[in-house]
Design a protein. Structure first.
Length: 280
């Protein structure tokens, strides 16, 4: 009840990613990036939406869908660890294939709710402060969404660690993205963080492994309040701030040309001394 969109849309959008028709596919082509789709736990069978084997699809499903956090723990500790391992393994594979930067993106109907819960739990913030409208829900649905987050938070003991938080109120995508962040950082590759879902995962990753922090780049600032809470906590300045709420990794991908320009300036631009320019 936290979103007007049916759960089946997740699988339909995954099919769109695989077939190259989503916003992230368009933006990735413009940026010269590739899109790797990882099925870590789509509830709907992808075959039913016309997705067979594809070179850009990795089938690494831990379980069929994340459980409803309103009713009880969303994942088991073992499922969290499996999803973390999936993310870390995918990051390692992409770096081995030549990726010099990694971008976080996701697709999951309803997943701004567990993202808000993870952020609230790890930052000790009230649910109402970090829970937003997601796809643009009305006031009544937002109030229900906050109540659902509060219900999940109430089950957590004080000082719960990141693994416990992910198991109680997180999603498979949050755990997998946290592993992806840690995996990328372990290979000294920058990881560009997208919006609130990826931000929640990055926050969990820093709590699991503080050494990842120097490798994080905030691609953009999502309109979700939880996203700004994460950026403030991690002391990250977003590369762009365009009021986006699309998800998919789109905001992070839009930041890639700016990051590439910065790297080229550092690597290719002559200093005043090199160019024999008189300094003041």
């Amino acid at each position: 009840g936290v979103t007007p969109w049916p759960q089946e849309v997740t699988a339909q959008m995954v099919a769109n990613f695989v077939h190259g028709g989503a916003a992230i596919n368009v933006l990735a082509r413009q940026a010269g990036a590739t899109v790797t789709v990882v099925d870590v736990g789509v509830a709907t069978d992808l075959v039913s939406v016309g997705v067979g084997e594809a070179p850009n699809l990795l089938r690494r499903r831990v379980r069929n869908g994340t459980r409803d956090l309103a009713d009880g723990p969303s994942l088991t500790p073992d499922e969290v660890r499996q999803a973390l391992d999936v993310g870390a393994a995918v990051a390692t594979e992409l770096v081995a294939q030549g990726a010099r930067a990694l971008v976080t993106g996701e697709m999951g109907i309803g997943n701004t709710t567990p993202a808000a819960a993870v952020i609230a739990a790890l930052l000790g913030r009230p649910a109402a402060e970090v829970t937003g409208r997601g796809t643009g829900v009305d006031d009544a649905t937002l109030a229900h969404k906050v109540a659902v987050v509060d219900r999940g938070l109430a089950r957590l003991p004080a000082g719960a660690g990141p693994l416990d938080v992910l198991a109680e109120v997180g999603g498979l995508e949050h755990a997998a993205l946290a592993g992806f962040v840690i995996g990328g950082a372990s290979h000294r590759v920058p990881v560009v963080v997208d919006g609130v879902i990826a931000g929640a995962a990055a926050l969990a990753a820093t709590r699991l492994c503080p050494a990842v922090h120097p490798y994080l780049v905030a691609g953009h600032r999502s309109t979700e309040p939880g996203a700004s809470a994460v950026l403030a906590a991690l002391e990250l300045e977003p590369v762009i701030d365009l009021g986006l709420r699309l998800g998919e990794g789109s905001g992070a991908c839009l930041a890639l040309p700016v990051l590439e320009a910065a790297a080229r300036i550092l690597g290719e631009m002559a200093t005043f001394a090199d160019a024999a320019v008189t300094e003041a």
